[in-house]
Ligand binder design. Structure first.
Ligand SMILES: CC(C)(COP(=O)(O)OP(=O)(O)OC[C@H]1O[C@@H](n2cnc3c(N)ncnc32)[C@H](O)[C@@H]1OP(=O)(O)O)[C@@H](O)C(=O)NCCC(=O)NCCS
Length: 91
């Protein structure tokens, strides 16, 4: 095994959609544990894994897909269409 990626499906209370009228229903997907062994990096392994993750969420019509990006991962996620949000955390 040279890499992996996980998706946690979380219940979500119904909430207003962001792209216009309508209500979003759960679950939401949280992407975590994206990792590729150092010797195998920069060969497209993470991109392949994330393509699979995105396809999985689209097949299930999951509208809210979030993650927390490391500096290494950010360019990959941005290429896939992930954008920064207004999330805050209690310090
Ligand atoms: C972030 C991480 C998962 C990326 O894995 P990866 O398999 O190297 O990712 P990819 O190969 O798909 O893409 C990484 C880069 O390699 C480039 N690349 C992809 N295929 C390539 C190839 N055949 N030849 C050269 N470069 C290539 C991509 O364009 C990308 O370039 P960029 O970062 O300058 O935009 C990996 O660096 C890692 O495990 N980091 C530590 C853990 C971590 O930060 N995980 C993310 C948590 S959010």
């Amino acid at each position: 095994m040279v890499g992996g990626a996980g998706v946690q499906l979380r219940p979500m209370l119904p909430q207003p959609g962001r792209d216009g009228p309508g209500i979003l229903f759960g679950p939401q997907a949280y992407v975590l544990n994206v990792f590729v062994e150092r010797a195998w990096r920069r060969r497209g392994v993470a991109a392949l894994l994330m393509d699979f993750v995105v396809a999985y969420t689209r097949e299930r019509r999951i509208r809210v897909v979030t993650l927390h990006a490391s500096d290494d991962g950010r360019p990959l996620y941005e290429r896939l269409g992930f954008v920064p949000t207004n999330e805050m955390r209690l310090g």
